[in-house]
Design a protein around this ligand. Structure first.
Ligand code: XBP
Length: 279
């Protein structure tokens, strides 16, 4: 009877999950508050009257990349320039000091990975999935965070680590994601990306990648249109996530199975609804 046949798509018709790509700040770990404190301590050291409150920082996070964030802030709050400096060189010098300060604070603060991050990365590795990092921060900041939160060989876990040093166009541009997909030689619809900001979500979605957003207090109000899931975190067994957008297919925490479902891999068997007699 045709109506109750189950159609199984053959392998080359099914999109298979190949890779997970992680943003860093706010996604792998709750680092934005440490960034904010580092910015403010550096401003004080440079004698600047600037103070980025949490409320102001929420708005400033709409600019990806700390140096550009400082430079744009300068336009509205022009500082007394030291001799021989222009806005660009002064912003770069301030940002360099902030980056060195941030590294110290990250280590002293023992900032840990967000719940579920290590579990998901290990599960992905165990299933042979490829891993990438797509971030607007500096490679040195990624190394500081992961040197203190992952085993010593962690760099070999990530096939591509794309940072603000290689990718000049920052999020919401899709450039960083397009770069990783190209380097990996895979299709964007075989990937799930993890982000925490509107810019990050825009960057991945416009690269054709499904996104899982894990929000925090700096970004929970952001507009995440186009995201597959918006959650308060990855969750863990016994610690279910809270969903604010999207369909988790009954899952209560993010695992590889859920990622496979998001790319459509596990929908390969499409049970046809029995046509009701009265049709
Ligand atoms: C987050 C950013 C970064 C940080 C500050 O990067 O936009 O600019 O806020 O770090 P992502 P820097 O979410 O892409 O990881 O000062 O090093 O930019």
């Amino acid at each position: 009877e045709n109506n109750d046949r189950v159609y199984k798509l053959n392998d080359d018709q099914v999109t298979k999950l190949q890779a997970l790509i992680f943003d860093v700040d706010g996604t792998l770990a709750d680092t934005e508050e440490v960034h904010r404190l580092a910015f403010n301590e550096t401003f004080r050291k440079f004698g600047l009257e600037w103070h980025w409150s949490p409320e102001l920082y929420v708005r400033l996070l709409s600019i990806s990349g700390g140096r550009i964030r400082i430079r744009q802030f300068m336009d509205e709050h022009p500082p007394q320039l030291p001799p021989g400096e222009d806005f660009d060189s002064f912003a770069a010098r301030i940002h360099q000091d902030k980056t060195e300060r941030y590294a110290r604070m990250l280590v002293e603060g023992h900032v840990a990975l967000r719940p579920g991050v290590l579990r998901l990365i290990k599960e992905a590795r165990a299933q042979g999935l490829r891993l990438g990092i797509a971030t607007s921060t500096a490679l040195s900041n990624v190394k500081t965070l992961l040197d203190h939160n992952l085993p010593a060989d962690w760099e070999s876990w990530f096939e591509v680590i794309a940072t603000c040093e290689q990718i000049k166009k920052q999020k919401p541009s899709p450039a960083v994601y397009n770069h990783i997909i190209w380097k990996m030689g895979i299709s964007p619809n075989e990937v799930v990306a993890f982000e925490d900001t509107e810019n990050g979500n825009c960057a991945a979605v416009s690269a054709g990648i499904k996104t899982i957003i894990t929000t925090h207090n700096f970004t929970e109000h952001h507009d995440f249109r186009g995201a597959s899931l918006v959650l308060n975190g990855l969750g863990d067994s016994g610690h279910p996530f809270r969903i604010s957008q999207g369909n988790a297919h009954g899952a209560t925490f993010v695992d590889i199975n859920l990622c496979r479902q998001l790319v459509g891999e596990l929908a390969a068997v499409i049970p046809l609804q029995k046509h009701s007699a009265k049709q």
